[in-house]
Design a protein around this ligand. Structure first.
Ligand code: GAL
Length: 948
C-alpha cells in the first residue's frame, strides 16, 4: 500500500452526480471483520485480501464507524497543528492500519454491471474485491466508486479494505476536529444498467425579469459519451427526449429559495432505469458588489456545520442530521457552510427540501503549514495539483444537482497557491451557475466573493462602507475588482462556552450595508465525545499534542441541546423585527424575497388580554406601523407561523417584540432594626431570616471564567485575558472586613470594606437593614469603589449561600433562558420558572452560566426553604439573579461538567451590573459598551423567607 505519494487515489471511476435511481442498490453496511496493526511495516501481508483467506482471530466492527470509537485506539484532537512531523507526503511509522473484510452475496440485479461505492474513508484506503485490487482512495469525506462489472459473484464475494489512519492525504486534511480513522460512511453496491442513466447535470435557472425558467440538462454514459433518456416534469407539462444535452425553456416557474423551497419533481427514464430529480429554479449572481438571489439582495444568516455525533463522531445518522437542520430552521438560520468538507450526501436532499442555502466546501485544509511559515505548503506544489483537482471534482460532481448549493468553496485555511487557482478555474468552467468561495484569497483573484473570518466590527463596517464612496483614483485593477464583490464573514461570533457576545452589532452592520451578505457563526455543534457519561475533549484520550476544549465551540451541544447563544442568534436572524412603542407596533420585513403573509401576529398583555394583529403583507425591506392593540405594563407581540411547515408546527414563534413599563415596587413600611442575633457577630453577615438559615450577603466582583474570559480578544491582543487580569488583581479571592455596625433610628447599619489580598484598592459597602415582618427584611445597599482599580470587573453584586440544594427559581424578569448584557436578545419579560437543571448551562468545561436578567422579583427554592427577593424603589430597578448548586471556585477549578460535585448548598448572586461576554476565544473581546469598569451601585431589596 502506497500512502506516501502526492497524487489522488487510483482506480476509481471519474466522479458523477449522486442520483436517486430506480436501479438496484445493496448496502454493505453492517458488521465487518476487522483487525488493526501498529503501522504499515507490520500490517500482515498474509493473503488477507484473498477470498480463500480465513480471518481467524479477527474481531468485528460496525461499518460505518470510526475504529477509535469502537474500542481500537483513541481519538485525538488538534486544531491548527499537525499531530505528526511536517514531512510531506510521509505519514509517521506509528500509523494504525485497519484491515476490514466482508463476505457477501450479491443480488442478481447487480451482476450485470455495478459500482462499489464508498462515501467516506479516513484517511486512505486500498480496496480489493475477491482478491483483485480495485484501487485506492484519497479524500476522507469524498465519494469513490469502483467498477465491479464482471467481478461480482452471486455468492461468497470477499471485499477487503486496508485503511491507513495517516497518509499523504493527512497533509490536506488538517481541519480543526478529531482525527477519526475508519470507514465512517456508507458502503454500497449500485447497479449500472447497460441502458441506464449514468450521470446527469441539471442546471435550473430562474430569470427574475420574466419569471421563467431554463433547464440545461447534460447526460453522460459511463464512458463519458452523451447519454439518452426521456425527461418528464409533470408540473411544467414537459416531456421530451434528451439526447446528450438540451436546453429547455419552461415558461413561468415558482423560484426556489430558502424562504420558498419549491422543488419540481422530474424523471429521466430509459428502458432500464428511472432517475428522479428534484429541480429548484434559482439564480445566484453578483451585481455591483451585492449578492443576489433571484434578482434580490441575499443575506446569509448562517452557521458553520461540522458533522458530529457524541458517540459516532462523523458517522452521523441521517435522522439526526435532519433533526439538526429542522432545529436550524426553527432558529431562523437560512444557510450552512459545510465546514470543512462535503457532508453526508443525504444532507443536500434535506437542505433542498427544507430551504437552507449551502456553501459546499471541498475536503481540504493545510493549516498546519502555517507553523513553518507555509514552507512546502501543498497548495503551491505542482506535484499535488492532481490531488487538489481530484478533490474539487469529486466535491462538485456529487452534489452538482442541488438547488441549495449556491457556492462551491475550495477548502479552508490552505494558504495560497497555484493548485487552489487550478481548482477555481476548473470549477468556474464546469459550473458557471454557481459562485466560488475561498476565505484565504483576500485579494480575490480567483473567487467571486470577498470572504473573511472573525473580522472585527470596525473592519466589517469599513468593508461595507468602502463601496459607498468612489474608488480612489490610483486604485489598482485588483483593488477595483475586489470592490466589485460582495462580502461575507464565512466565520464569526465564535460560540465557545458562554457567549457569543457581539451578535447584535454584527447584524446591524449586515443589515445596514448592501455589500455585506451576512455571515456564518462558528459553529453549529460542539464536538464533545461522550464516554461513560462524561463529555470529553482534547487531551482526555492521552494525546501528547492536543488543543484541549477548543473543539467544544457550538451553538448546540454535541447531543444537540441548544445553548443560550442559539436563542440570541434566533432573535438577530429573525425574518421580521417587531418594535412595540408607546404609540404603535412597527413591523419590519427582513425576509429577502417574500412578504409577511406566511406569518400571523398575535399579542398579549401580562394581565391576560390577547388577540391577533392585522399586519398587511409588507414587502421585503419595508416597515409598516399598526396601531397598538392594547395598553398595559407589558405588551408582547409575536410573529408566528400561520401554517405548519416541514420544520415547525403552525404557531411556532418566529420573532417577538415587547414594550414594558413596569413601575418599581414601593418601599414597604418598616418596624425596627433587626435583632443582632440574626447576624454573625464577627462579619455581621445575616445568618437567619424567619425560619430560613442563610449566610450573606457579601459584595462580589468575580465570575467563574468563561471560555471567552480565558483568551485575549483580537481587539486587545497584547493584554492578558480577563481571567488572568482578574486573578492578577485578586478579585477572585476578595476579603471582606466589617468596618462598623451601628443601630440608628430603627436601622442596623453595617459598613464593609472588600478588597483583594496584597492590594490597597477596595470596594466599600454600606448595608442598611430594617425589619418589615418577622420573616422579611428591607436591605438598602450602597457600594462605592475606593482607590485605583486596575481592572474591569466581572460583576458588581452580592453573594449569599442558602443551605440545601437548589430546586428551582421563579421570577418576574427576562427569560426563560439565561441572559448577559451582550447576550440578552431572545429573552423576554414575563413570569418564568426554571427547574433545578435549568438553573445552569451544562457547558462541557464548567464556567459562569445561568444568570437571569432584568429581574424585579424572584423566589429561590431550595430543599431547605425559600428565599424571596424583590427589588424596591431606592436603587437600580432590576437585578440579575444567578442560582447555582456550585460555588464559583468549584466551577473554576473543575475541568469537566460530569466532575462537578455539589456540596448541598445553594449559591445565589444578586447582581447590580455584569460585564458582557464577548467572543475572545476567536474574535473580539467584550465590546466597550458592555464592559464594567469600577463604579458605584445602589440597590434596595426586600428579602422574605419561608422555611421548607
Ligand atoms: C477558524 C477555522 C475553524 C476553527 C475556528 C476556531 O480559523 O477555520 O475551523 O478552527 O477557526 O474554532
Amino acid at each position: 500500500m502506497d500512502i506516501a505519494r502526492k497524487g489522488p487515489g487510483v482506480g476509481a471511476l471519474v466522479p458523477r452526480a449522486r442520483l436517486n435511481s430506480s436501479g438496484a442498490r445493496q448496502s454493505l453496511n453492517g458488521a465487518w471483520q476487522f483487525r488493526v496493526s501498529r503501522g504499515l511495516a507490520v500490517a500482515p501481508d498474509d493473503g488477507w485480501e484473498r477470498d480463500d483467506y480465513r480471518a481467524t482471530g479477527w474481531t468485528t466492527i460496525p461499518v460505518p464507524a470510526h475504529w477509535v470509537l469502537e474500542g481500537h485506539g483513541a481519538p485525538a484532537y488538534t486544531n491548527v497543528r499537525f499531530p505528526l512531523p511536517i514531512d510531506p507526503p510521509n505519514p509517521p511509522d506509528e500509523n494504525p492500519i485497519g484491515d476490514y473484510r466482508l463476505v457477501f452475496d450479491a443480488g442478481p440485479a447487480l451482476l450485470n454491471g455495478a459500482v462499489l461505492r464508498f462515501d467516506g474513508i479516513e484517511s486512505a484506503a486500498e480496496v480489493f474485491l475477491n482478491g483483485h485490487r480495485l484501487g485506492t482512495t484519497r479524500g476522507s469525506r469524498l465519494t469513490h466508486e469502483f467498477d465491479v462489472k464482471g467481478r461480482l459473484r452471486p455468492t461468497g464475494n470477499t471485499l477487503a479494505v486496508r485503511v491507513a489512519q495517516f497518509s499523504d492525504a493527512s497533509y490536506l486534511e488538517d481541519q480543526d476536529m478529531w482525527w477519526l480513522p475508519g470507514i465512517f460512511r456508507d458502503v454500497e453496491l449500485v447497479a449500472v444498467p447497460d441502458m441506464g442513466i449514468y450521470d446527469v447535470f441539471a442546471v435550473a435557472d430562474y430569470d427574475p425579469e420574466t419569471g421563467s425558467g431554463t433547464l440545461e440538462l447534460t447526460l453522460t454514459d459511463p464512458h463519458g459519451r452523451p447519454g439518452r433518456a426521456r425527461l418528464s416534469i409533470p408540473d411544467l407539462g414537459i416531456t421530451q427526449e434528451i439526447d446528450g444535452s438540451a436546453t429547455l425553456t419552461t415558461g413561468r416557474v415558482e423560484p426556489w429559495s430558502a424562504e420558498t423551497p419549491r422543488l419540481y419533481d422530474a424523471t429521466l427514464s430509459t428502458p432500464d432505469e428511472e432517475v428522479r430529480l428534484r429541480l429548484g429554479f434559482r439564480r445566484v449572481e453578483v451585481r455591483d458588489s451585492v449578492l443576489l438571489l433571484n434578482g434580490q439582495p441575499l443575506r446569509f444568516r448562517g452557521v458553520n456545520r461540522h458533522e458530529h455525533d457524541p458517540s459516532h463522531g462523523r458517522a452521523v445518522p441521517l435522522e439526526k442530521a435532519r433533526a439538526e437542520l429542522e432545529l436550524m430552521k426553527r432558529h431562523n438560520i437560512n444557510a450552512v457552510r459545510t465546514s470543512h468538507y462535503p457532508p453526508h450526501p443525504g444532507l443536500l436532499d434535506l437542505t433542498d427540501e427544507l430551504g437552507l442555502y449551502v456553501i459546499l466546501e471541498c475536503d481540504l485544509e493545510t493549516h498546519g503549514f502555517v507553523q513553518v511559515d507555509w514552507r512546502d505548503n501543498p497548495s503551491d506544489d505542482p506535484e499535488w495539483e492532481s490531488a487538489y483537482l481530484d478533490r474539487m471534482q469529486r466535491t462538485v460532481h456529487r452534489d452538482k444537482n442541488h438547488a441549495s448549493v449556491l457556492f462551491w468553496s475550495l477548502g479552508n485555511e490552505s494558504g495560497h497557491g497555484a493548485n487552489l487557482e487550478a481548482m477555481a478555474a476548473w470549477t468556474a468552467a464546469f459550473d458557471p451557475s454557481r459562485l466560488i468561495h475561498y476565505e484565504h484569497d483576500w485579494d480575490c483573484t480567483y473567487v467571486d466573493v470577498y470572504s473573511r473570518m472573525y473580522a472585527t466590527h470596525a473592519e466589517v463596517r469599513a468593508i461595507g462602507e468602502e463601496v459607498l464612496t468612489p474608488a480612489s483614483f490610483d486604485a489598482t485593477p485588483a483593488q477595483l475588482h475586489r470592490r466589485s464583490l460582495p462580502f461575507i464573514q464565512c466565520e464569526y461570533a465564535h460560540a465557545m462556552g458562554n457567549g457569543p457576545g457581539g451578535l447584535q452589532e454584527y447584524q446591524e452592520l449586515f443589515d445596514r450595508y448592501p455589500r455585506l451578505a451576512g455571515g456564518f457563526v462558528w459553529e453549529w455543534i460542539e464536538h464533545g465525545l461522550t464516554v461513560d457519561g462524561r463529555v470529553l475533549y482534547g487531551g482526555d484520550f492521552g494525546e501528547e499534542t492536543h488543543d484541549g476544549n477548543f473543539v467544544i465551540d457550538g451553538l448546540v451541544s454535541a447531543d444537540r441541546e441548544p445553548r443560550p447563544g442559539l436563542v440570541a442568534l434566533a432573535h438577530w436572524y429573525a425574518p421580521v423585527r417587531i418594535e412595540v412603542t408607546d404609540a404603535s407596533v412597527r413591523v419590519h420585513n427582513r425576509y429577502d424575497l417574500i412578504d409577511l403573509s406566511g406569518l400571523r401576529f398575535v399579542w398579549r398583555t401580562d394581565e391576560g388580554g390577547s388577540g391577533t394583529l392585522d399586519v398587511p403583507a409588507v414587502l421585503p425591506g419595508q416597515t409598516v406601523e399598526v396601531p397598538l392593540p392594547a395598553t398595559g405594563p407589558v405588551l408582547t407581540v409575536e410573529a408566528t407561523l400561520a401554517n405548519a411547515t416541514t420544520w415547525a408546527d403552525a404557531g411556532h414563534v418566529v420573532a417577538r417584540g415587547q414594550r414594558a413599563d413596569v413601575r418599581p415596587t414601593a418601599r414597604p413600611a418598616t418596624t425596627a432594626a433587626p435583632v443582632r442575633s440574626a447576624f454573625d457577630p464577627v462579619s455581621m453577615r445575616l445568618q437567619a431570616l424567619g425560619g430560613l438559615r442563610l449566610d450573606g450577603p457579601i459584595p462580589s466582583l468575580w465570575r467563574a471564567p468563561t471560555d471567552n474570559d480565558r483568551y485575549p480578544g483580537r481587539d486587545e491582543p497584547d493584554l492578558p485575558p480577563y481571567a488572568e487580569r482578574w486573578a492578577e488583581a485578586g478579585i477572585d479571592r476578595l476579603r471582606t472586613r466589617l468596618v462598623s455596625a451601628t443601630d440608628e433610628n430603627g436601622t442596623l447599619r453595617t459598613r464593609l470594606r472588600t478588597a483583594p489580598p496584597g492590594r490597597d484598592f477596595a470596594l466599600d459597602a454600606e448595608f442598611r437593614w430594617c425589619q418589615v415582618r418577622p420573616d422579611a427584611l428591607l436591605l438598602d445597599v450602597t457600594m462605592t469603589p475606593r482607590g485605583l482599580w486596575p481592572v474591569e470587573w466581572a460583576r458588581l453584586g452580592l453573594d449569599l449561600v442558602l443551605p440545601g440544594r437548589p430546586t428551582g427559581l421563579d421570577w418576574f424578569g427576562l427569560g426563560p433562558g439565561p441572559a448577559y448584557p451582550d447576550l440578552a436578545a431572545g429573552a423576554y419579560l414575563g413570569r418564568h420558572h426554571a427547574d433545578a437543571n435549568d438553573l445552569f448551562t451544562p457547558y462541557v468545561r464548567p464556567q459562569e452560566s445561568g444568570a437571569r436578567r432584568g429581574v424585579r422579583q424572584a423566589s429561590i427554592s431550595t430543599s431547605a426553604g425559600r428565599l424571596g427577593v424583590r427589588v424596591v424603589e431606592g436603587g437600580v430597578p432590576e437585578i440579575a439573579v444567578t442560582v447555582s448548586p456550585w460555588s464559583r471556585k468549584t466551577l473554576a477549578a473543575t475541568t469537566h461538567h460530569a466532575d462537578l460535585v455539589a456540596d448541598g448548598n445553594t449559591y445565589v448572586s444578586l447582581d447590580l451590573a455584569q460585564s458582557g461576554l464577548g467572543t475572545a476565544t476567536c474574535g473580539v473581546g467584550v465590546l466597550p459598551r458592555y464592559r464594567l469598569p469600577a463604579r458605584p451601585g445602589r440597590v434596595s431589596l426586600l428579602l422574605e423567607s419561608s422555611a421548607g
